[in-house]
Design a protein around this ligand. Sequence first.
Ligand SMILES: Nc1ncnc2c1ncn2[C@@H]1O[C@H](COP(=O)(O)OP(=O)(O)OP(=O)(O)O)[C@@H](O)[C@H]1O
Ligand SMILES: [Mg+2]
Length: 287
Amino acid sequence: MTDTTVETVEKEVKQKHKRGEMITVCSAKGGVGRTTMTVNLAVALCKKNIKVGILDGNFMFGDVGLAMDLQAAFTVKDVIEDIEELDEVSLSSYFSRHESGVKILAAPDRPEYSELVTKDNVSKILDLMLTQLDYVIVDTGVGLQDQTLSLIEKADQVLMLTNLEMATLKNTKLMLETLETLDLRDKVTTVINRSTMESVINASDVPDILEDYQPYYIPNDFQIASQSLNIGIPFVINQRKTELAKAVYKMAEQLTSRREIKVYESEEPSFLSKLFQKSKRSKEGTN
Ligand SMILES: Nc1ncnc2c1ncn2[C@@H]1O[C@H](COP(=O)(O)OP(=O)(O)OP(=O)(O)O)[C@@H](O)[C@H]1O
Ligand SMILES: [Mg+2]
């Protein structure tokens, strides 16, 4: 093994660390707050001076643009039309920029275009997004349809939104079981949205029901949440003092500290590079 090879391997290991983290936001039921969570989490992360992007992966009925009051000039459909030539630089010209600093790649503007979005195309787009952003938050369509499943497969972390309604919990449990079968369960954390809402089920019962013992809890505040979606201003911007916004900021904090720990751990030289170093040293010793 030559010195140049060792250097190349180490460079590759370092570059690998530079890849941002992909967080996919999904749910077994519609209307439980995926888009609300996506946009507010992205803005909360951005306030920490981190480069953040959103891919609106609800390719059929994406409404991230609406939730952020943005009229996207380009969508993922335009990116796909340019997929052969696509690189980091050209991709960034397709982003819409929110005043918070979050960069958004919007969903196609008509439901029928969602068929153009293939797994390979999205994978290439996400890889390019992740080379230039620290976090990419991905909103998704409801349930486990193919496009969402590939966004879950590719994610580093998955946030599974639920609420305290019996039907949502039943379907969330089924979706978690399916992800377990597919060996994808480990990267999923549940988010109990509207956790303070009146219900026969208490938020504190949910960890046992879903067998997920460290969920995130986001309180119920329909007035703030719904007004925020309707006017297109994420509540973490103009309602920072509310319990709702505070819970999202706390979540952003926890997500980044978990990542810092992970990056710190992975900065240990890899087994491969240790092995190369070892063989280099023993060669030097014998010469
Ligand atoms: N923590 C919360 N407290 C109260 N209401 C909330 C909360 N989070 C979201 N909502 C409300 O729930 C509704 C659905 O939210 P949202 O559109 O974000 O869900 P979704 O899962 O993206 O829905 P869809 O399946 O249509 O994409 C909205 O009216 C929103 O205001
Ligand atoms: Mg939505």
